[in-house]
Design a protein around this ligand. Structure first.
Ligand code: PLP
Length: 378
């Protein structure tokens, strides 16, 4: 069997598998993006965005991938001449740092080793100096499968009066992101992760304070313009119409399941994935206490590399998982279990993984991972 995208077991760390309802919604001939039909689509999306973010606020959809959302927020809210604090512990934290440096100086970067939790105490010490304008962090560090706990950081940010800007691209609709309780001023979501829509849209939530502090940053991604337009069920420039149609259906699906329901289901799948790894001696990469519920990062089995695991999974079993990136490329692989991923997906993936390990003579207890998953199916 070779890779067939239409039938694959598809568990990369996003984009994720797309529901047929969302695919059908997208396959429509052109509609006038300034006509009544499309205004109706944008209106529905505007009304459904609080389902995605779990709260109301100033919320927009940008044509562009998650990074466009990051750039929109940082270009609009960071300032040259005012200090930004960035915390990193993986590839996307480093990306945040790179974007922040385009729009702010000085930038103070506090880094934990990849896979370890963000350095909260060091951040608290920086914040206590009282001159930080904004704190930028990644909630779920997709590159290392680590879910940062922002509850502790939130109280320090609040005390300091800094803006709290969060990359929630692989977190939103997958792990808890209590925007109001943590006092988040901006959260960026990506269409291709927990929401299970196609890639290419970024959703941004802003607090009232963030809205009032927006400055014109980039032209295309000027959030003030986007907010003005969405209030009139419109977009400032020609939007990616098929993606908006898909987004509307993906939001309806999310509403049907409920945000809490999707987060709880994602958690159950993550627990089962971790248990399956334990059962066959696969080692998690990140600090286990903070293992992500949307992406499990696993060390390559000793003596085996990507070509023996990932390539065989895809070529022989039509199962797609993802490799490592940056400094962990070739050292780990990642299983995404967010969006509409479900029990059959992880069962097939571990059945195939077991075959590969068995053939390499590295499977101590055949069937153990499948039993571990099976025991967790409600
Ligand atoms: N931030 C995080 C946490 C991500 O997981 C990703 C993509 O995987 C990005 C940023 C970049 O998003 P995009 O590739 O949609 O621009």
């Amino acid at each position: 069997m070779t890779f067939d995208p239409e039938t694959a077991t598809f568990l990369i760390a996003g984009p994720v598998r797309i529901h047929p309802r969302v695919l059908r919604a997208m396959s429509m001939s052109s509609v006038n993006h300034r006509g009544d039909y499309f205004h109706g689509v944008v209106q529905e999306i505007r009304e459904l965005l609080p389902v995605l973010f779990g709260t109301k606020g100033h919320q927009v959809v940008l044509t562009g991938s998650g990074t466009a959302g990051l750039e929109a927020v940082y270009s609009g809210l960071l300032r040259h001449g005012q200090r930004t604090l960035v915390l990193t512990n993986g590839n996307f934290g480093e990306r945040t740092d790179a974007i922040a440096r385009r729009y702010s100086d000085p930038v103070t970067t506090l880094s934990a080793p990849w896979g370890q939790h963000l350095p909260i105490e060091a951040a608290a010490a920086e914040l206590a100096k009282g001159d930080v304008r904004a704190v930028c962090v990644v909630l779920n560090e997709t590159s290392v499968g680590l879910q940062n706990d922002l509850a502790g950081l939130a109280s320090h940010v609040k005390k300091s009066g800094a803006l709290f800007l969060v990359d929630g691209i692989s977190a939103v609709a997958g792990v808890p992101c209590p925007i109001d309780a943590w006092g988040l001023d901006a959260v960026i979501a990506g269409s291709q992760k927990g929401l299970a829509a196609p890639p290419g849209l970024a959703m941004v939530h802003l607090s009232e304070r963030a809205r009032t502090e927006l400055a014109p940053g980039t032209f295309y991604l000027d959030l003030t313009e986007h907010l003005k337009s969405i209030a009139a069920n419109d977009t400032p420039w020609t939007p990616a119409v098929p993606l908006f149609l898909a987004l509307r259906e993906a939001l309806v699906l999310l509403k049907e399941e409920g945000l809490e329901g999707r987060i709880a289901r994602t958690h159950r799948l993550a627990e089962a994935t971790r248990a399956a790894c334990d059962a066959i001696g696969l080692e998690l990469f990140p600090d286990r206490r903070y293992a992500s519920d949307t992406v499990t990062a696993i060390r390559n089995p000793q003596g085996m590399d990507d070509s023996q695991v990932r390539k065989v999974l895809v070529d022989r079993y039509n199962v797609a998982v993802q490799g490592g990136q940056g400094s962990v490329k070739g050292k780990i692989f990642r299983i995404g279990h967010m969006g509409i991923a479900d029990w059959p997906d992880i069962l097939v993936t571990f059945a195939a993984l077991e075959r590969i390990l068995a053939k390499a003579g590295k499977l101590p207890k055949p069937g153990a991972s499948l039993t571990a998953i099976g025991e967790r199916i409600p």
